[in-house]
Design a protein around this ligand. Structure first.
Ligand code: HEM
Length: 491
């Protein structure tokens, strides 16, 4: 009875309840919901590259949203397998939901299962009390003086990237795929932030983790099918051995720190994120165990590495194809930083750069959707939301809405961020409310340092070989990377 109730009665009663409130949507098929329709719409939409560099990408990335919102209105209900999802684009309701109902909503079972082998019970995937506790423990690592302390790593790592780009140019290359360089750079930075001097081993761990993430995504593709996690799976053995390898390396770093303290060579576990986690693990009554420390390290790499690399890659693409804005940013950096590497005080004065970064995250938000499951019945505006319903916030569609941003919503126009008075809730690249991105200030500081240093060393144009083809694989990516032609400015 429980199984039938879980797979049939409960979803159907949720559907009926939402229909009574005027929320309709596409008819679901038994067990698979609307998954087949969704994936065929998406594969058709991305089957061809875009003909020009147009930012009108909602119909390409979220074709199901476009189809169903035209058919059923701004709020509609669709089914990810047996999981009913309410699509919500009303910015006032989104703001209310993310700020007021955080304690009784969170990550769904499907999301947790899909990521359990690579980030386990780290901050991104936990709910309730565990989330509250973990968030309060790690948040100080990304605030105030500690945050400022990471600036030096960011500058050092960026200098290395600038040097490798110069070497590539001297070696005869005039065109580079900038995404590769920026991904390597953000991996370096997060590895130093987490592991300090052990960052080389940290990076080795993270390479393995990236492979593990791909394997986990492949092996959980059918998770929406009830019982599928028990199916024999060709990836399972590989996942197990990669996970073991990652955790063996993490344990080696942790053991090294413990030995240093025990032998009296150091009186603390370190000033980096790992140090904070180990302090909590070692303190009397501390709530962390070794597994959680490792899950948290993996989570921060996963959440903070690719997102920032993509923000940077899309921003370079936008500046390469909008030379007027590239010149404006360069002039600002020159005026404020006077040819030196940017200091932390100068970063807040780089307002044109901040406007460009915002516009880049508006057009290409690395996290295109925010799914949150509701664990208790709630009232949200005029809607009664039953427990078990997922709220699905299509960030990309909200960021491109003409109703919210005006007729030029699909154009690159950083000027729109010159005024700070914009409707709350319509710009949410880092989510909002208590469960927003804990690394938001870190990411902005990192992006500003890297872009300021890059733009004062090189001028760049988009290469003829660049093919505009944004696709979503968890985050929004350029399918073939971003090829730019670089010219060193000091040449
Ligand atoms: C441009 C860069 C970034 C973007 C656009 C971004 C975006 C987001 C978003 C939208 C969320 C909410 C996800 C959800 O609840 O479903 C999130 C959460 C999170 N982000 Fe970021 N992020 C960025 C960079 C970073 C960095 C650099 C770090 C770490 C150093 C980081 C660590 C995290 C963590 C740990 C969470 C989970 C927070 C929680 O659940 O309490 N992020 N991020």
């Amino acid at each position: 009875y429980e199984t039938i109730s879980c797979y049939w009665f409960t979803p159907m009663s949720i559907r009926k309840m939402m229909e009574q409130q005027g929320v309709h949507g596409p008819k679901p098929s038994f067990l698979i919901g609307n998954i087949i329709e969704m994936s065929s719409l998406v594969s058709k939409a991305v089957s061809e590259d875009m003909k020009t560099i147009s930012h009108d990408i909602v119909a390409r990335i979220l074709p199901h949203f476009v189809l169903w919102s035209n058919q059923y209105g701004k709020r509609f209900l669709y089914w990810n397998g047996i999981e009913p999802r309410l699509c919500l684009t009303d910015t006032a309701l989104i703001k209310e939901f993310l700020s007021k109902h955080n304690s009784i909503s969170g990550k769904s079972w499907q999301q947790q299962q899909g990521s359990k082998h690579f980030i386990g019970k780290g901050l991104l995937m936990v709910n309730g009390e565990d989330w509250h506790h973990q968030r309060h423990m790690v948040a100080p690592a990304f605030m105030g003086e500690r945050l400022k302390g990471y600036g030096g790593y960011m500058v050092e790592c960026t200098k290395d990237m600038v040097q490798s780009l110069k070497n590539a140019l001297e070696g005869g290359e005039s065109e580079v795929e900038i995404g590769e360089y920026l991904t390597e750079l953000t991996a370096d930075i997060i590895s130093r932030t987490e592991f300090g001097t052990s960052y080389k081993k940290g990076k080795q761990i993270f390479y393995l983790l990236t492979q593990l993430q791909t394997r986990c995504a492949q092996s959980t593709r059918h998770l929406f099918l009830p019982g599928s996690r028990f199916f024999p799976n060709k990836y399972n053995r590989e996942i197990k051995s990669m996970k073991k390898e990652v955790e063996k390396l993490l344990k080696e770093i942790i053991k090294g720190r413990e030995d240093c303290v025990e032998m009296g060579r150091s009186n603390s576990y370190g000033n980096d994120l790992l140090g904070i986690l180990l302090d909590e693990m070692k303190k009397e009554g501390g709530s962390l165990n070794l597994q959680l420390v490792m899950d948290e390290c993996k989570t921060f790499f996963f959440a903070g590495h690719e997102t920032t690399a993509l923000l940077l890659t899309w921003t370079v693409m936008l500046l390469a194809s909008n030379p007027h804005w590239q010149d404006k940013v360069r002039a600002e950096v020159k005026e404020i930083c006077k040819g030196e590497t940017p200091s932390l005080d100068q970063l807040s004065k780089l307002t044109v750069l901040q406007m460009v970064i915002n516009e880049s995250m508006r057009l290409y938000p690395p996290a295109t959707v925010l799914p949150r499951m509701v664990f208790k019945d709630i009232v949200l505006g005029d809607l009664h939301i039953p427990k078990g319903l997922s709220i699905w916030i299509p960030v990309l569609a909200i960021h491109h809405s003409e109703e919210l941003w005006g007729e030029d919503a699909n154009e690159f126009n950083p000027e729109r961020f010159a005024s700070k008075s914009f409707i709350p809730g319509r710009f949410i690249p880092f989510a909002s409310g208590p469960r927003n991105c804990v690394g938001q200030s870190f990411a902005i500081m990192e992006a500003k340092i890297i872009l300021a240093m890059f733009i004062s060393q090189f001028s760049f144009t988009i290469s003829e070989s660049y093919r505009h083809a944004p696709v979503v694989v968890l985050t929004i990516k350029p399918k073939y990377g971003v090829q730019v032609c670089l010219k060193p400015l000091d040449a």
